[in-house]
Structures are given as C-alpha cells and as structure tokens.
Design a protein around this ligand. Sequence first.
Ligand SMILES: Nc1ncnc2c1ncn2[C@@H]1O[C@H](COP(=O)(O)OP(=O)(O)OP(=O)(O)O)[C@@H](O)[C@H]1O
Length: 352
Amino acid sequence: MSIELKNISKSYGPYQILKNIDLTIKTGELVALLGPSGSGKTSLLRVLAGLEYADEGTILFHGENLTDAPIKKRKAGFVFQHYALFNTMTIRENIAYGLKAKPRRDRPSKKEIQEKVDQLLHLVRLEPYGDRYPSQLSGGQRQRVALARALAIEPHILLLDEPFGALDAKVRKELRLWLRRLHQQVKMTSLLVTHDQEEAFEVADRVVIINKGRIEQVGTPTEVYENPANSFVYDFIGNVNQVRGTISDGLFTTGAFRIPVDTAGQADGIAFIRPDEFTIQATNEQAADRTLSATVTHIHPSGSVIRLELERQDENQNLEVEVTKREFDKLSLSKNQHVFLEAKKVKVFTVN
Ligand SMILES: Nc1ncnc2c1ncn2[C@@H]1O[C@H](COP(=O)(O)OP(=O)(O)OP(=O)(O)O)[C@@H](O)[C@H]1O
C-alpha cells in the first residue's frame, strides 16, 4: 500500500502547523519522520490516520483518494509511546482484541484467531508470555505486544509514534534493531515518528526531516547525513562545528582559513564541519588554506574514538574533533598542545 500526501496544510486557530507537505511513501517502505519537538510530526501522522483532517491537500492510499475518509477506511495499525494495553487481559487476549471486536461477518473463527495470535507471538518473540498479564512484562516486551496487537488486524499501514520513547536507552537500542528485522519480515508500509536521530537513521529506509511544519529534506539516511540540504538539517542531525566567517567573491574566509564557495558577491557565511572531518597536524606551519590553528583544551579518552576539545587561536571559539584511538596514539597529543586542523569536508551556507 503506497501513500501519497499532496500539498497538505493544517492550522489550529492562527497557527499553521503543517505547511504544504508533499510526501510519497512507497509500498513496504519504512519512513521516519524526524524533527524537533513541536515541528508537526504527530499532527502529520494524525492527519494520515484520519484522526484529524487537513485544511488543504489530498491523501491517496494506493491511488485512492481517502482525504475525507474516516479512520476505519484507512486500515491503519497504531503504536504509541505509552503502551495502551488492557491490563485485565492476558497478552494473548490483548493481541486478539482487534480480531474479536470485528463485526460477526468479518470475524475469523476462534481457531483462526488462536492461530493468528500464535503466529504474532512468534513474530514478536514472546511465545512463552502469552498467558501473562501486561504488568508481568518489561516495558520493551509490552511495546512488542502493542506492535503484535497493531499487526493482528492486518493493517494496510503501520503508524508508530515514538514507540520506544518511554524506554531506557539500552532497551531502545535493542528494540530498534528488532523493529528493523521485523519490518524486513512483514514489509508493511510504515511511518515512524521520532525526535531521535540515531533511531531514525538506524531503522528507516528513508528519513523525512521536518521543521516548523515544513519538510526540510527527504532522503536515505546516507543521503541526508552526507549531504544535508541546509543549515537546519546539518545542525539537527548530529554534532557539527559551526564556524562563522565572510564570503567574498567566491571565497569563504575566517582568520587564516579560506575555501572556495559557489556563492557570488558578499555575504556572511557559516562553515559546517563535523568533528570526524578534520585531520590533525601536529606541526608548527600551516600546510593548507583550509586549516584552523587551535590549542587542545580537553581530551576525553572514551573507547575507540577520542573526543578532543580545542580552542581556536585566531578567534574565541571552541571546536570539537574526533580521532581514532590509533591516530591519537600516533600523534601523541597532549593538553595545551598547539595543532593545525585541516578540514577534509566543509559545507558553507550563507547567513540570511
Ligand atoms: N489540538 C491542538 N490544538 C492546538 N495546537 C495544537 C494541537 N495539537 C498540536 N498543536 C500544536 O501544533 C504544533 C505541532 O505539534 P505536534 O504534536 O504535531 O509536534 P511534534 O513534532 O509531534 O512534537 P513532539 O515531538 O513534542 O511530540 C505544536 O506547536 C503544538 O502546540
């Protein structure tokens, strides 16, 4: 089941919270909607599900116009952050709930329901827990039950709103790998809402970055990480150093650092450089134009990657650099040492 959103807009009173959203989700694709708090992720999901209606625009489910159709017609399975399991029902009963609640003519037989529940318990790896109650499971296990329950009705699309948001970091990590594998098995067209960049990048086929109700970029995790479309996306996805400077006649300059840019004329600019995109030169001479002069202020020796804090010598600015343990040992860096940082990859945006 493919989904197409065309020019979707929505306001609450004077506040426009979704602005001309165009998005296509292909059949069987898992797309993550990623953005800061209040950016409109949940609102978009609700409009898609039929829990809210858009003021403008069209929603197509496999080519069929369901813009004004009620929730039922869209056949969506939901999983929310807070496990809405029925506490007085066993896990089996919880999973079977949606099937038992069907009108008699659509309802599968008792035996079919039992078989379906067995299959789903197997799919979410909870076979031994079918006769327990939700309070006897861990948070992660309960979310797996919630997913099994959502899948029981054989939805056309799966909508996941921060499904692992209430769980601790370790369980979240396990569950997102598990979700990835589950999705490979069931291949259900799915939309995952999250504000966690790592989660979106690890789980999704494609990522949609949303900010203030507008889509900033859509792409595979690699495309978005390697080629952020604008300064918002660069800043939002992962750690990045932002170095302010000026653009003049095709050259971005800050201190002795200069690199060519496509922008013509004069403007203020910001160069974005990720911490792992520097080469450290422990020499006394500046070897290249794209080099910043800096002093090591802190060394955080944490595992195979060493994180360094440095202070620029020509400006009052701190920089963050990451090097492999191997490179760090080779350079034998120490606190207060002066180095040059050569930027291997830089992206400059003009400041509006
Ligand atoms: N029923 C409502 N009435 C008025 N404003 C609303 C309503 N629901 C959401 N909003 C506003 O719409 C904007 C987008 O909210 P939404 O819940 O979609 O954001 P979100 O990206 O899902 O945020 P979070 O990650 O914090 O859940 C927010 O500014 C919010 O205050």
